[in-house]
Design a protein around this ligand. Sequence first.
Ligand code: NDP
Length: 283
Amino acid sequence: MSMMDRLAVIGFPIEHSVSPAMHTAAIELLGLDLRYDRVAVPPQDLESFVSGLRRGGWRGVNVTVPHKEAVAGLVDRLSPESRAIGAVNTVVVDAGGRLAGHNTDAAGFIRALMEAAGFDPAGAGVTLLGAGGAARAVLWALGNAGARQVRLFNRDPERAERLAAESGAWGLQTAVLVAPWNEPELSRSLDQADLLVNATSAGMASNESLLPGEMLRPNSLVVDLVYNPRPTRLLREASARGCRVLDGLPMLVHQGAAAFQLWTGRPAPVSTMMAAAERALGA
Ligand code: NDP
């Protein structure tokens, strides 16, 4: 080992990312010779930044908004899940300087569901809100974990239709259905679902919820991918209604833990990473 290898999260803007705090805590705990920074990469600089990763000194990067889809087209190979999802949140630089794209959001979501909420999606009926990058990863993850049925709702219905059609090529046993976004349809879907996932950005840094709390079915599990604020209005109303709730922080930590393992080959110290993420969020 000569020079300290670099890691970073890239995005635009990137100031508010808690990934540097989370990964630096893990690196320090394990005493690894690595450094993790945040790097603001404007869209017009993305291609040259990614090429530069091949020139040495880098172990990998995390990728966040708005670059996850573009990076999938810039790496040398894609893992099966990042190819299906069409987005990369983790790049691993191998010894020869070649770049592998991965998507750990999917695995992070399932581990959060199983470990933090004790919920096994096998056989479950799911209502999924959203059809953006996060919803794609959640749908892929739920399908591969054996969910029975997923009903997709998105403000732009064509985007949901496209996602459902594309997921037909993923080889899932899951029935993926698209429903129009209106109260009767949402209500019917929630009545039949064991799990509701909000994978839209609604409720982020706001007091907005896309659903009236009375629509939620008591005893179902409600997951909000949004982790700022904690809890969101959706989760507050869900708790009041008697639902079990899971916010977005365990998924964030588990996607980071999976990335850490890809870069280092070491098991990630999940509870240390969770504590660092909570501190960075000021929680
Ligand atoms: P995208 O920009 O790809 O998609 C945004 C989605 O939110 C679209 O479905 C969009 O609908 C919908 N949306 C936004 N605002 C509204 C609104 N006011 N009403 C209804 N729908 C709305 O974002 P991502 O998929 O990448 O991220 C979505 C959220 O998930 C973000 O808050 C992000 O922070 C969070 N996330 C959390 C992770 C975690 O680890 N906890 C990991 C990844 C993401 P439309 O198509 O109609 O525009």
